[in-house]
Structures are given as C-alpha cells and as structure tokens.
Design a protein around this ligand. Structure first.
Ligand code: NAP
Length: 244
C-alpha cells in the first residue's frame, strides 16, 4: 500500500486531499499544526471506512526536530513514505509598506522553508527506494502576483522554482516533483472575504465560480500517482481560469 504524508491535513485543501487519497487506496499521514482534534476526527473517519488507513501526526513545518520525529513515526506505522504533499500554508492581506520583517520571515518560514524541511525528512527513504513523488501547493498569486499579498506571492513564486529545480535534481533518482497552483478556493483561508467579495471573485473567474477543495485534491492525487509517471517539474493551475 502506498503512503502519503500531507501537511495541514485537518481542514481545507489538505483535508480534501486526505479523503481523496484514502478513497484511492493510499495510507494517509495527516499532519496537523493547531487542529489536533479536527485532524484526529478525520483520521477516525477514514479508519472507520478502511481500517489502518490514516494516522494524525503533529507536524509543525517550522519545527525541524518535530518534522524529523513525525517522519520517523509515520515510517514506523506505515513503512516508507511514497508521496509528500506540501500543503501547509498561511496568508495575510496587508499593504507592502506595513509588512514587518516578522511578517516576511513568518510567511517564508511556513509557505516556503517548511517545504525544504519536510522534503529533506522524506528524501532519504525515497532516494533509497529510487521512487516517490512530491506535490507542492503554490497559488495563482505565485504565478502572477497579488496586490496587498506581496510576501505571500513571493513565497508561493519561490515554491514554483523550488519545484522545478528539485524535479531536475531528483528525476534521475526516480522521484517526481510537481506543483499545483490553486485560484480562489472556498476554505478558512478565505474567511477574511465577505460574501460580496467572493461573488465578485466568482464573476472574475471564467468558469464563473469559486473553487472547491475537492477540485484541488483531484489534481494533487493525479500528480502524485502513476497516471502522472512522465510528468515532473510542472505547475498545474486549478483556478477556473482566474487571474491569468
Ligand atoms: P486553510 O484552511 O487555512 O488551511 C491551512 C493549513 O495549513 C491548515 O491545515 C494548517 O494546519 C496548516 N498550517 C498552517 N501553519 C502551519 C505550520 N506552521 N505547520 C504545519 N501546518 C500549518 O487553507 P487552505 O486554503 O486549505 O490552504 C492550503 C494550501 O493551499 C496553502 O498552502 C494555501 O496557501 C494554498 N492555497 C489556498 C488558496 C485558497 O484560495 N484557499 C488558494 C491558493 C493556494 P492546522 O489546521 O493544524 O493549523
């Protein structure tokens, strides 16, 4: 059975990915940072449907020792990690002139450096087995940039080139690295937006709606698995045409 480790798996896009991977027969390690109960409830739901499918694991991507301990716990429970989904992320809307050094560093620590940290924890096993895949979650703002989200856009842009560079380095070892760049997706990350704002965003989207977490999960699971076995270094937009 294949095992996937998803960071930020207790809610939003990460939770939709967890459900979709489990439905497709993967064992799923559900990383949580603050949402322990919610993530454990999701693990229980998945285990009720298919025993020994899911494990909730504390994974704060800013904590190097914790990340290594989480990787070891997952390997003990499920064996080798075949896929990593670097989904954990934070966002903040603010004028660039208000951005403090702490804002900047915090945005990069979670959205960008966290990916480096987790990838380093899973790669020894993948390199040993000469197989594996990594799917990183960027954003449409990492492709085109967003006003009032400069640190977020910069960090998500870095995720795309991180993906491209790592894909080149790891391809000869049989490991694929790809990226998904969602548009506007209805999750807690959109909590700061009013219903009116969301209606305007839907109007600006060629497919005339805001995305669902499940829309992103479908792309992630595709890139993770064997159907994408000749695809690496790519960024797949899941955005209904928004922002392009
Ligand atoms: P969300 O519901 O706010 O979920 C964010 C997730 O990130 C949570 O599960 C959270 O874990 C986790 N997280 C935050 N800080 C963390 C840390 N230090 N270590 C580990 N996990 C951490 O948002 P979402 O929309 O599902 O976002 C998922 C990904 O999609 C993010 O990378 C986001 O940037 C990207 N994205 C979202 C949209 C959108 O419109 N929603 C668009 C483009 C890209 P806990 O719940 O345990 O705290």
């Amino acid at each position: 059975m294949k095992t996937v480790w998803i960071t930020g798996a207790g809610r939003g896009i990460g939770a939709a990915c967890a459900r979709r991977f489990a439905a497709e027969g993967w064992q799923v390690a559900l990383g949580w940072c603050t949402q322990k109960e919610k993530t454990e409830a999701l693990a229980a739901e998945l285990n009720a449907a298919a025993p020994h499918t899911a494990l909730a694991v504390h994974t704060d991507v800013t904590d190097a020792a914790g990340v290594r301990a989480a990787a070891a716990a997952i390997e003990r429970e499920f064996g080798g990690i075949g896929c990593l989904v670097n989904n954990a992320g934070i966002a903040k809307q603010q004028l660039f002139t208000d951005v403090t050094e702490a804002d900047w560093d915090g945005m990069f620590a979670v959205n960008c450096k966290g990916m480096y940290r987790i990838a380093q924890a899973v790669l020894p096993g993948m390199l040993h087995r000469k197989s594996g895949s990594i799917v990183n979650i960027s954003s449409i703002w990492g492709v085109v940039g967003a006003s009032c989200e400069v640190p977020y856009s910069a960090a998500k842009g870095a995720v795309i080139t991180f993906t491209q560079a790592l894909a080149k380095e790891l391809g000869p070892s049989g490991i694929r690295v790809n990226c998904v760049a969602p548009g506007v997706i209805e999750t807690d990350m959109m909590a700061a937006f009013s219903a009116e704002d969301k209606a305007l965003l839907a109007d600006e989207t060629p497919l005339c709606r805001i995305g669902r977490p499940e829309d992103v999960a479908a792309a992630v699971v595709f890139l993770a698995g064997d159907d994408a076995s000749f695809i690496t270094g790519q960024t797949l937009g899941v955005d209904g045409g928004f922002g392009r």
